[in-house]
Design a protein around this ligand. Structure first.
Ligand code: GAR
Length: 202
């Protein structure tokens, strides 16, 4: 039986799309995207889920009232959809230590830099690329890692380097990192983790 994945999103959902496309191409044989959850109303990622026929649900922290209530709602959805593994794909809310401790080795995150550079609290989206350009590094990339209680601090699953080129803006660099690293790494990492879960090795 395939491993059931929930993808948590906040925005455009290009990484979700990479997962959907990989699944359609047969590149995630051990897993199945069974649920998409957005913490932002109207996130374009929800439209991508809809088009792929995947249930998409919005859970707003503001409406839940607290982080604990928000996470309780998430847990209820994970149970309802019988989710085995969680993928954070541009999900810009930090999960509590209590939540991550309940799912050891079962939450993956994609981060748009080579961890441990340009990561941790406050480093998300374009800010990561702005910081890399400001520091003047010549190589950046993306990292897929397991999620634990330390923001961007969990075990690294896969990384891919991407060159920074003269004239890069944060937007140009973000796009190159997505194309050359994120959209390739994330589906592969999900398949690797799903296969290990199936084999019972993790
Ligand atoms: C991606 O670049 C992802 O790596 C990043 O947000 C973007 C979401 O794009 N995530 C983080 O910065 C997490 N710290 P998407 O919605 O098009 O996939």
């Amino acid at each position: 039986m395939s491993v059931r994945a929930a993808v948590l999103v906040s925005g455009g959902g290009t990484n979700l799309q990479a997962l959907i496309d990989a699944q359609a191409a047969g590149a995630i044989p051990s897993g199945e995207i069974a649920l998409v959850v957005s913490n932002r109303a109207g996130a374009y990622a929800l439209e991508r889920a809809k088009r792929a026929g995947i249930p998409g649900i919005t859970v707003l922290k503001g409406e839940c009232g607290s982080q604990a209530a928000f996470e309780e709602r998430l847990e209820a959805l994970l149970a309802e959809y019988r989710i085995d593994v969680i993928v954070l794909a541009g999900f810009l809310t930090i999960l509590s230590a209590e939540f991550t401790a309940r799912h050891p080795g079962r939450i993956l995150n994609i981060h748009p830099s080579l961890i441990p550079s340009f990561c941790g609290e406050g480093f998300y989206g374009l800010r990561v690329h702005e910081a890399a350009l400001a520091r003047g590094v010549k190589v950046t990339g993306a990292t897929v890692h397991f999620v634990n209680e330390i923001p961007d601090g969990g075990e690294i699953i896969a990384q891919k380097a991407v060159d920074i080129l003269p004239g890069d803006t944060p937007e140009i660099l973000q796009r190159r990192v997505m194309e050359q690293a994120e959209w390739i790494l994330l589906p592969r990492a999900l398949e690797t983790v799903c296969a290990s879960i199936q084999e019972g090795t993790v």
